[in-house]
Design a protein around this ligand. Structure first.
Ligand code: CTP
Length: 414
């Protein structure tokens, strides 16, 4: 399957300015290149004092741009072509001085003229000493740039080059990378969609120490969220217990139990175009969780369990009652160890789903904790599509392709 990463094939101008964090831009350039982007690096004079052009050249396999009026490039009006060709311009790290230049619209070097001449979106990752960052002048420039549409990747708090601790550290390259993906995805086929995705397992308390849990890692739900993000959707990710970190660039709501997850889903779907329930929700919770740690006293311990709310069941009832927007498309998962399709068809009907993703957790490379999954997509019209064993991200894209096809059917039927 072809890469669906918005960075793949994108022309990215990476402007590197004279912050001590300039060396981190080498890692950023490398990550952009590895994701398939065509990376044009512009180094300011100060940045070239801190990090050598050759480092970038070796990584991006392209010449590094430094001069506004390079004799070679100027035959093609070099000081504006980079801006014209760019799909996105990223300034990382951005110093206080460069923020001021960009806010004022100065054209005093190649980076400044490129930013002036481009119509591409601008992503800026500032990095500087805390007082410089918090100075009203810098804050004013950031505000101006934001108002003009630039996306600012907030600097982090932590250890600074000065030896002090404070805010001003360049955001992690992974965060900058995902921000660039979100910006590029504005052209994606899910642009304008608001989607809610649940991921991970729930943990139902037995006492203050123990929980009833399951083996869900969260990887499948995170892939669904990431794929939607990379196609331009605004994603709310409702997360239970997981063993991996959620993707950047999505709104995360923590919901450790079936009940809290149910509340979070009902609260967020009123505005949504799609709900994907990839979470492994506990079907039972302790009837009366103990307030204190249960001591090992008895020969036998009997735990009384009662059903949790069925989230998709509740959503189905609300839909039937007309309490939810008609445009909401609802996708469930069926993780089964036997009679996969029979169970999946029954759940599709019982939970009034538009689509169900059936996966056989006993198959090799499929199910909990793996990076791959083998699934069958079954929709409300009776269509069933078996996919081969695929990375979870590819399964997620196939899910969204199917959701979009269902939406198109609805539009045609009107
Ligand atoms: N689900 C839910 N609320 C629950 C349990 C499950 O919304 N309390 C959702 C899951 O997120 C999944 C779908 O329902 O998308 C199917 O989950 P599954 O556990 O397979 O279905 P159950 O109805 O619980 O059936 P069973 O456990 O008997 O297989």
């Amino acid at each position: 399957m072809a890469s669906r990463d918005p960075l793949d094939g994108a022309r990215v101008v990476l402007g590197v300015t004279g912050s001590i964090a300039a060396y981190k831009a080498v890692m950023l350039a490398s990550a952009l290149h590895q994701a398939g982007a065509i990376v044009e690096v512009i180094l300011t004079r100060e940045a070239a004092e801190l990090v050598r052009p050759l480092s970038f050249q070796a990584i991006t396999h392209r010449p590094v741009h430094q001069e506004m009026f390079s004799l070679l490039a100027e035959t093609e009006i070099g000081h504006v072509t980079l801006g014209h060709q760019a799909d996105v311009v990223v300034v990382a790290p951005a110093t206080a001085h460069t923020l001021a230049r960009l806010a004022l619209g100065l054209g005093d070097d190649l980076l400044a003229t490129t930013v002036l001449a481009t119509r591409a979106p601008l992503v800026i990752a500032p990095a500087m000493e805390t007082n410089m960052l918090l100075h009203p002048a810098t804050q004013g420039h950031l505000r101006t740039l934001r108002e003009r549409g630039a996306v600012i990747v907030e600097p982090e708090a932590g250890h600074l080059a000065s030896g002090a601790r404070g805010v001003g550290r360049l955001a992690e390259p992974a965060v900058i990378l995902d921000t660039v993906r979100v910006v590029l995805a504005r052209r994606g086929d899910l642009a304008g969609w608001r989607v809610v995705v649940t991921a991970g397992g729930t943990q139902e308390p037995i006492d203050p120490v123990r929980v009833l849990a399951n083996r869900s890692s969260g990887k499948m739900g995170f892939a669904v969220a990431q794929a939607a993000r990379d196609r331009g959707a605004q994603v709310t990710l409702i997360v239970g217990a997981t063993s991996v970190a959620p993707p950047h660039g999505v709104r995360v709501i923590e919901a450790p139990t079936a009940r809290t997850m149910c509340e979070a889903v009902l609260r967020t779907i009123a505005e949504a175009d799609a709900l994907v329930m990839a979470a492994a929700v506990a079907d039972y919770e302790a009837a009366a969780p103990a307030a204190q740690k249960i001591k090992k006293r008895e020969e036998r311990l009997v735990l009384e369990l009662v059903p949790t709310p069925d989230i998709l069941g509740t959503v189905a009832a609300q839909r039937a009652a007309g309490a939810l927007p008609e445009r909401l498309l609802v996708v469930g998962f069926a993780a089964e160890s036997a009679d996969l399709l029979t169970h999946a068809r029954e759940k599709l009907r019982r939970k009034r789903l538009d689509l169900i993703v059936a996966n056989d957790i006993m198959a090799a490379g499929s199910g909990f904790g793996t990076d791959t999954n083998q699934v069958v997509l079954l929709d409300r019209s009776g269509a069933e599509r078996a996919l081969p064993l695929l990375p979870k991200l590819d399964v997620a894209h196939a899910l969204w392709d199917h959701v979009l096809a269902l939406r198109q059917q609805e539009v045609r039927a009107r």
